[in-house]
Design a protein. Structure first.
Length: 270
């Protein structure tokens, strides 16, 4: 089994849900990223989602946009991000790592070169925000060769027929964007979220993760009640920003926050 399959199988056996924290690679400095990845695992992270900084992060709200700006100000590139994953793998061979980003840096590297380098570094899956599955054929072929999972986003506005198409091409898990708009939005109504997750499950046996709008233990618990994984991004990146001049403070603040989330993901039922 892949690392993602192993992770979700183990969690399913205990009734627990995956905690997937997101950070932007290179924020606030390149040397902070790998220690922060390890700290998040120690604090209960099941899977790490590592953002590839990009100059026009259209799906992200202001908190993550500023994180990308900080990372880019220090010259963080896609090659640097892959090197960070490789460094993380020297101590952690088991925790799945996902990359989340935009197509342009991958196109610049080349699909084949990127897929090969990602697999060699220890990347388990890739979320490419601005690449619809209908146009992803060439990249999917390279991912298949190197056993990198393509993880696609489903939005509240995605029609049923397209949900079926996305689920047919997805691997690893399916990522449901729980609200319209960008990351870090303020309010989330979980009644339609649960309904949409039930619809998604009609077309796939893959785990379903929920992201966007998860900001505290209360919202994490509601997400965990209907999904297999909870993705937390802006609430973590905000803490990185608040302590951006204090590397040790970043590790403490993020770890303490994650530890408030892990209890509500234990033995949650769909």
């Amino acid at each position: 089994m892949t690392r993602l399959q192993t992770c979700f199988t183990a969690l399913s056996a205990t009734g627990d849900k995956a905690l997937i924290p997101y950070i932007t690679a290179g924020d606030p400095h390149k040397e902070t990223t790998v220690p922060l990845m390890h700290a998040m695992v120690a604090a209960g992270a099941s899977i790490i989602e590592l953002g590839v900084p990009f100059s026009d992060p259209m799906a992200d709200g202001p908190v993550i946009q500023r994180a990308a700006e900080r990372a880019l100000a220090h010259g963080t590139s896609l090659h640097d991000v892959l090197a960070m994953v490789a460094e993380f793998r020297r101590q952690d061979a088991n925790t799945p790592v996902l990359l989340m980003g935009y197509l342009n840096p991958i196109e610049v590297m080349g699909y084949a070169a990127f897929a090969k380098a990602a697999a060699r570094a220890g990347v388990d899956g890739v979320i490419t925000v601005d690449l619809p599955p209908e146009e992803a054929g060439d990249l999917l072929k390279e991912f298949a060769v190197h056993q990198v999972a393509p993880i696609f986003l489903i939005a509240p506005t995605t029609p049923v027929q397209r949900i079926q198409t996305i689920c047919a091409q997805a691997n690893g898990f399916v990522y449901y964007v729980s609200m319209k708009g960008v990351t870090g939005a303020a309010h989330l109504d979980f009644t339609p979220v649960a309904e949409k997750v039930r619809t998604i499950r009609q077309f796939t046996d893959l785990p379903v993760g929920i992201g966007f709008g998860i900001k505290d233990a209360a919202t994490a618990a509601k997400a965990a009640a209907c999904a297999d994984a909870v993705v937390v991004g802006s609430a973590i990146v905000q803490r990185v920003e608040e302590h951006r001049d204090d590397a040790a403070g970043i590790l403490t603040a993020v770890s303490d926050f994650l530890r408030t989330l892990t209890p509500v993901l234990k033995n949650s039922s769909n």
